[in-house]
Design a protein around this ligand. Sequence first.
Ligand SMILES: Nc1nc2c(ncn2[C@@H]2O[C@H](COP(=O)(O)OP(=O)(O)OP(=O)(O)O)[C@@H](O)[C@H]2O)c(=O)[nH]1
Ligand SMILES: [Mg+2]
Ligand SMILES: [Zn+2]
Length: 348
Amino acid sequence: MPNSTPTLSQLGWRPFFQQQLSLEEYTDFHLGRVIEQHRSNVVVMSEQGQLSLILPPNSERVCVGDWVLFDDENRLSRPLERQSLFQRKAAGSKVDSQFIAANVDTVFIVCSLNHDFNLSRIERYLALAKEADVEPVIVLTKADQCEQVDELRAQVQRLDPLLMVHALNALSGDEVAALSGYCREGKTLALLGSSGVGKSTLVNALLGEQSMQTGGIRESDSKGRHTTTYRAIKWLAQGGLLMDTPGMRELQLSDCEQGVSETFSEITALAEQCRFHDCSHHNEPGCAIQQALNSGELAQRRFDSYQKLMREQAFNSATLAEKRAKDKAFGKMIHTIQNESRQRKKGR
Ligand SMILES: Nc1nc2c(ncn2[C@@H]2O[C@H](COP(=O)(O)OP(=O)(O)OP(=O)(O)O)[C@@H](O)[C@H]2O)c(=O)[nH]1
Ligand SMILES: [Mg+2]
Ligand SMILES: [Zn+2]
């Protein structure tokens, strides 16, 4: 398939998107799926092949994975409503959300079994996946460089007994073949994880070709060097779309309460057994969580991670809500001024 043009359904087109089109849009516009996202343009794959689209000023934000309508001049008209969206709070002190990937069916949460291994980071990604209603699969790479693969794998499995967890050497085609069952025709799979964990290596192994550039690692701390700099979709001969993303230095959650609750479902269930409805789980009598911590049924690390993510997402959601309200008020003010000036001109 890589040499020919895929059909819409191979690109993931489904009734959810079809339903959003008016007859006029259906006849006058073309459909494309965003497969690369750069600073000033997006590349789409369509039935006309691969095209670069001009983003008109003030166009709605688009991201890789989006379905978009465009005209004969390759101008983007509008993105379609998304079935799922990964987003995070923009890195640093910037108050904004950043779109990571849209319309993903399954996500590989990639974590390497060296210094990068971190249960709390996996929980962070899980919350993001649950919030977006995307099926998570944990892929632990660099098993060839780790002496306690079974132990670390078991630690991840204990986060959730139903979670799919794979430990492998991403450089071995045979081992990566265990993941090919997730790649089905028309399904979109995204890879998320820190820099240097082997996302692009996995993409290449699944594609069976060196399509994505892979990078070196600083030996001292196993940190990657941000080899992948833009998000891109590749498709597989056996069907399915693979979305490679740049490693993220910082993944701050916002608007993710549901996702965090689901990720820590045993803590949510315990909290319902506390004597007081508004228990803060510190030192109230009859606190089921304190009891579980004391008996060892609930690990302190797990509870700390839960509280940290809950607080973080609440804080970021509030800041973003405030910004959105301000933006909206500003937009309204501009609108009013424009209207008044139009009225005045008419009156003259
Ligand atoms: N030994 C071993 N090396 C691996 C494995 N997976 C990846 N590597 C190596 O780790 C380095 C980084 O891999 P990449 O695939 O570029 O990592 P990435 O996650 O795409 O990183 P960014 O693009 O920076 O986000 C490369 O040198 C790979 O060859 C593995 O399972 N075992
Ligand atoms: Mg990469
Ligand atoms: Zn409590």
